[in-house]
Design a protein around this ligand. Structure first.
Ligand code: OSB
Ligand code: MG
Length: 376
């Protein structure tokens, strides 16, 4: 049995090295929650809730996750011991009656995986069945002031060694920008991400992208619009990739059955945790559809989890898992992830997530914290 003693929740606000702009907004700081789960033996597991301050990417926010975790999910996890062999599956069964709130669930589930690894001496990569020592990564580049500025920014990342680039687009800031990058880098593996900024009608403007040899076009249409993604995919040679729309293994299956996409971006937070992320990976693998690991500007905690996840065999395209210094001058883990010369990042080897938390950094970024203990 895995008996939780105390779960502590931290709400963080961390400065980014540079502003990050998408079709849904511009941020200079990232907010998230960190989960610290202590078991009855005093071992600690860490997790990260990737919901940001505002409901721009998803309806969840750091505030909604705080509410759902403190009022529902943490009490459910503390109520009785978790099944020791697969605490994540036990946790998911318990919280299934809480509708939605996947990022909140995923953050606590991640802490259970870390605890399981520490209790058994196994790395998360091992526990998930991953086999790679290093994973191929790329960089996600935010919307820049002009096409020239974008080309300059992309050049800087290419100079740092990123061998795959994703650029954020929105209506009016799409074809000229992407064409400029393609002209400057004729053979660079390149992809774009619209974060749901188009409709089936306005997406017609994106047709010139189809001639630029992109790896994929990510989430052009609304999150709840699988059917129009199917119609749009029929008009494009470039594979569509869904991010926001794929919130469960069921949505993944339906999207693939209706040809709404030909690639899937897997984010453990969006799908409710690593347990469901692996299920989506397995389903896509059975169908011969490649997946890649998305990112949510994670701290060292979530970044370590993404690296472990991306070590699974069907992660066949580079992930949005850049080096720590792409976002943070100071992180909350002692470990900082660096880019290898071959545009990969090494998967942590230690038990669980394989990272340790810098308590001084954690405290420096904490806006509020609360601890909940097992009922006695
Ligand atoms: O859509 O992939 C996205 C960041 C925040 C919210 C949504 C997205 C992103 C990114 C950045 O593209 C990925 C990363 O580098 O972590
Ligand atoms: Mg995306």
């Amino acid at each position: 049995m895995l008996t939780l003693h105390t779960v502590t929740l931290y709400h963080l606000r961390m400065p980014l090295v540079a502003p990050f702009e998408t079709s849904f907004g511009r941020i200079t700081h990232r907010e998230c929650l960190v989960v610290e789960a202590r078991d009855a033996d005093g071992l600690i597991g860490w997790g990260e809730v990737v919901a940001d301050r505002d409901p721009g990417y998803a309806y969840e926010t750091a505030g909604t996750a705080w509410h759902i975790l403190t009022d529902y999910l943490i009490p459910m996890a503390l109520a009785r011991p978790l099944e020791a062999a697969d605490p994540a599956a036990d946790f998911q069964a318990r919280v299934a009656k809480v509708r939605g709130h996947h990022m909140a669930k995923a953050g606590l589930e991640m802490a259970l995986w870390d605890l399981l690894g520490k209790r058994t001496g196994r790395s998360l990569r091992d526990l998930l069945g991953g086999h790679r020592d290093r994973v191929a990564v790329g960089v996600s580049v935010g919307i820049q002031p002009s096409p020239d500025a974008l080309v300059e920014t992309v050049a800087r990342y290419v100079g740092q060694g990123y061998a795959r680039v994703k650029i954020k687009i929105k209506p009016g800031r799409d074809v000229a920008e992407t064409t400029a990058v393609r002209r400057a880098f004729p053979t660079l593996p390149l992809q774009v991400d619209a974060n749901s900024a188009y409709t089936l009608q306005t997406a017609a403007d994106l047709k010139p992208l189809d001639a630029l040899g992109l790896l994929l076009i990510e989430q052009p249409l609304a999150e709840d619009d699988l059917w129009d993604h199917h119609k749009l995919q029929a008009q494009f040679h470039t594979p569509l990739c869904l991010d926001e729309s794929i919130t469960s293994p069921r949505h993944a299956r339906q999207a693939l059955e209706m040809d709404a996409c030909r690639v899937i971006n897997i984010k453990q937070g969006r799908v409710g945790g690593l347990h469901h992320a692996k299920a989506i990976h397995d389903l896509a693998q059975e169908r011969g559809v490649p997946v890649w690991c998305g990112g949510m500007l994670e701290t060292g905690i979530g970044r370590a989890a993404n690296l472990a996840l991306a070590s699974l065999p069907n992660f066949r395209l580079p992930g949005d898992i850049s080096a720590t210094d792409r976002y943070y001058a100071r992180d909350i883990t002692h470990q900082r992830f660096a880019l290898n010369a071959d545009s990969t990042i090494t998967v942590p080897e230690g038990p669980g997530l394989g990272v340790t938390v810098d308590r001084a950094a954690l405290a420096a970024f904490t806006l509020r914290a609360v601890g909940l203990s097992r009922p006695t």
